[in-house]
Design a binder for this molecule. Sequence first.
Ligand code: MG
Length: 322
Amino acid sequence: MDIRQRLEEREDTLSPYAMKSRLSRGRMVEEEPCSMRTCFQRDRDRILHSKSFRRLKHKTQVFITPLGDHFVTRLTHTLEVSQIARSIARSLNLNEDLAEAISLGHDLGHTPFGHVGEEVLDELLPFGFRHSEQSLRVVDVLENLNLTYEVREGILKHSKGRKRILEWPNDISTLEGEICRLSDVIAYLNHDVDDAIRAGIITPSDLPSEATHTLGISRSQRINTFVKDIIFSSSAGKLDMSPPVLEAANLLHEFLFQRVYSVSANCTEAHRSRRILRLLYQYFNSHPEKLPPGYQGEEGTVDYIAGMTDQYAISQAKDISK
Ligand code: MG
């Protein structure tokens, strides 16, 4: 028996609601299984070693660089989501490797300059632009990772917009995918509060007191409340939160949209980022010969621009305007 088979057998002790790697619907192109890793562990490693993953460190989450070294980037956000998802998956005896793989891949399709970038491409393109669809395109086409169905599904369906927490369509076939979707919200609710205070957009006393009363004030208190609450409120294959914590989370969520995201999307840096992306889009669309090899047409322009880091987009725009 090889190591992978032993690891797969170990998964028999997981909850009956866990997605077992042996039962995966598999890859689009069939491959010889690895002798050391389950299919989900292998997917996680493929994502981690991709170039798109490395570029996350220079992509904005909410607050556009270069405000300071302690602001969350797409990379640290991704790692926080992954850690929260793993803690929940492990405690509920679900497949931690699957939760980790989905989490590490979920935001690979994000544009430079955070949601401002996504909004610009969405306006410019006839069929719109959604980062979750682009994340799937990154792993499927641009990085050609040939991932399993369950990881690809979790990546594609992680996004939930402004909907109230947990009132999402019931459209993910694994609990690990649902955990990733919830962990994404928990991570950004937590770090965006911190970053907004750090950026001077709000002060701690602006936070809705009903929310801080339930969740705690510090970063560690908030995370701890959320993760514990999810673990102890979930049961029998259903992911849940207790009514007071869910209410506090929704309050904080709405507060961030009203008081923080609207401000960060209208600052000088955000307007400059919009101009840069429009310029890049117009330029590469009318000069397709300037796209790097492998990128073609409007699709290639979008792939190229969406893949850029903030700094690379800025330097490209400078070169073009010379
Ligand atoms: Mg995310």
